[in-house]
Design a protein around this ligand. Structure first.
Ligand code: THU
Length: 147
């Protein structure tokens, strides 16, 4: 295991000593909604995260006529993470088209797991959670390490 999950419940952004501004993060997720491409579901999703270098990244869902190819908002956000220089996510939230907090789907919890910083927190429908709480005992890069 190369990345520790030391859980949520901290007052500050993991490793920074600074409080997470959840209002600003939620605002960024709502702002991302305008970029959603959702001709099929008409269900826009906006996602936003803080990166361990202080960047704020966001994304929106991008659907496809071949429905199964739809990219969730978290997918475009993770692409933005890498296109913007990489790093690890310290805090995350996403919202639906009404701006209400949305629970990330199972696939996207796995995406977030891969790119999390130790102690990453998620603002969810049931409050601030740790990665371990939303994806217990996750499969991850550690499982692919050679013995
Ligand atoms: N969706 C996301 O973007 N993220 C999630 O975590 C849940 C679902 C999108 C995919 C699709 O475009 C729409 O919501 C309806 O499923």
């Amino acid at each position: 295991m190369t990345i520790d999950d030391d859980g949520g419940g901290r007052a500050g952004a993991p490793g920074t000593g600074t409080a997470i501004n959840w209002d600003a993060l939620t605002h960024a997720a709502r702002a991302a909604l305008v970029h959603a491409y959702v001709p099929y579901s008409k269900y826009p999703v906006g996602a936003a995260a803080l990166v361990d270098d202080g960047r704020l990244i966001s994304g929106a869902n991008v659907e496809n006529a071949s429905y199964g190819l739809t990219l969730c908002a978290e997918c475009s956000m993770v692409s933005a993470l890498h296109m913007g220089g990489g790093g690890r996510i310290t805090a995350f939230t996403c919202v639906d088209g009404d701006g209400n907090i949305l629970m990330p789907c199972g696939r996207c919890r796995q995406l977030l797991y891969e790119h999390r910083a130790p102690g990453m927190q998620l603002l969810t429908v049931s409050g601030i959670k740790s990665m371990q709480e939303v994806l217990p005992d996750a499969f991850g890069p550690q499982d692919l390490e050679q013995p």
